[in-house]
Design a protein around this ligand. Sequence first.
Ligand code: SF4
Ligand code: SF4
Length: 411
Amino acid sequence: MTAKPIVSIALLDSYDDAAAVRAAVKTALEPLGGMAAFVKPGQRVLLKPNLVAPAKPELAVTTHPAILKAVIEEVQEAKAGSVSFGDGPGVGTATSVSRLAGLVQVAEETHAKLVDFIATKTYENNDNRILKHLDLTDQLAENDVLITLPKLKTHSQMAFTCALKNQYGLIPGMAKAQFHFRFQNRDRLADLVVDINRTAAPALAIVDAVIGMEGPGPNSGTPRKIGIVIAGADLAAVDTVASAIINLPPEDIPILMAARRADFGATRLEDIDVRGGTVEQLKIPDFELIKAPANIMRILPLPKAALKWLRAQIVPRPFIIKGKCVKCLRCQNGCPIKPPAITPLAPAGKELNSKTCIRCYCCHEFCPAKAIVLKKSLLDRIFHIQALCRGIHRFLGWLVTIIPVNKFIAK
Ligand code: SF4
Ligand code: SF4
């Protein structure tokens, strides 16, 4: 019989006392064998805090600097060759977000390197369900060990964000928006998050759940004291325990259900060895959860038809080059839509059903003859919409660095 994955909990009242924070991180790691079980001397370690958006630490949007600092010190004590941390926020860069979130100071104090996830590299994993090739930050290839440092928060689209969801930030900046357009169905997006985790393979999660976020997270909710640090090497198990503590069943969390479908970690409490406290002792029955998860695209104040049009402009569609097609039907058979959205034997111009195609590009991946290309819309070719979006993203990032956003956000 295989041993149950351990999820370890340490109590921590506040971020105020650095020694207490460090002790809590150490205590949480103890049942897992300490940091030395994950970091060998000389290894290059990448830490992934949640830097989703620029906000002061007390707003509980980002991983708290005290937790990051304590983890960096643990990694350095394990004699890592180097320590860096970064993210690919939706607005701005890790550096611009870190300025407001108090993490630049941590980099200065600990000599850890702060990196912006901008450049990508294509990573392959044949066990993935949605995308066998993923373009994620090149920092994964630059480092030996990935440790994720999520913040426990509610999430308006995915109900909850913690250990597994934190790896969505490995997709740099605007590319994330494109994935949202491609995977508007929450379950598909959840499957993608599991694929990202399988590909990036974080060795360990250390959750900042001292002050979490309830209500309309992940950016606009209310800070709520939970008073714990959670650690574990099985990220699905960590999320299962964390969500149980805020009284949210795994069945209501699309990413945990995707993990269960993919047999990716433990998603049932009875299959997890919880140390340092019990879920029942720590449970917060009145934690304010997301009532009706939002479709991220519906958040944009545009009519449905305009959103559909926008999606068609931003997301390229598969196109079969008839002359190259060897009629193997792998694209048709591998298409997750029923009936398949791609039928290579159909007359020219009718091979793709644009209405049902979800732009997952499985067909593009499966084609052995390179007969499927991804075609931009006419408008995108003329006006370079994607380049424009990237430009806007960079501009917003720059804006964040020059405007004293603290004043607005702190209110
Ligand atoms: S046609 Fe291709 S991109 Fe569209 S849903 Fe099917 S496999 Fe995915
Ligand atoms: S996978 Fe490629 S070669 Fe095979 S039928 Fe589809 S387009 Fe043609």
